[in-house]
Ligand binder design. Sequence first.
Ligand code: FES
Length: 158
Amino acid sequence: MTTMDSGIADRTISRRRLLSLTSFLGLLGASGVVVWSNLLFFKPRVTYGEPSRFRIGAPDAFPLGTRLPLGRQRVTIVRNENGLAAISNTCTHLGCVVATNEIGFACPCHGSRFDPDGTVLGGPAPRPLPWYQLSLSPSGEIEVDTSAEVAQGSYLKV
Ligand code: FES
């Protein structure tokens, strides 16, 4: 045997050793997956939506004539001579987000239109846009509660 042959012979691997090595790697990989999935199990998989009660700031932040849509919270804050109101931006047809403008609300999905108070003017929407309860928090901020609907025309006098 030449020196070159003995070098090749040293680098060869037996079938038994190859099977042992691949089995070990497979076992290691499977163990890693088990450990990873158990770690994921302990991490809560919940999505937190927007809270139903939230503060929007001091009353002074909303001057007369305000019609301010709050995109994440899906409400429009309205201020007129009667006071402050929060009107839903969720279309009562199939739940699309309506666009707020100076003449009311318009739904981009199927064309429902609402007047500035949320009353249906046209389209397939079956009901007016809900109004939500507003209150003044102890810190003097306006608090919106989207879990509590109030009658249309219920303004917070501030
Ligand atoms: S979702 Fe608004 S009109 Fe259909």
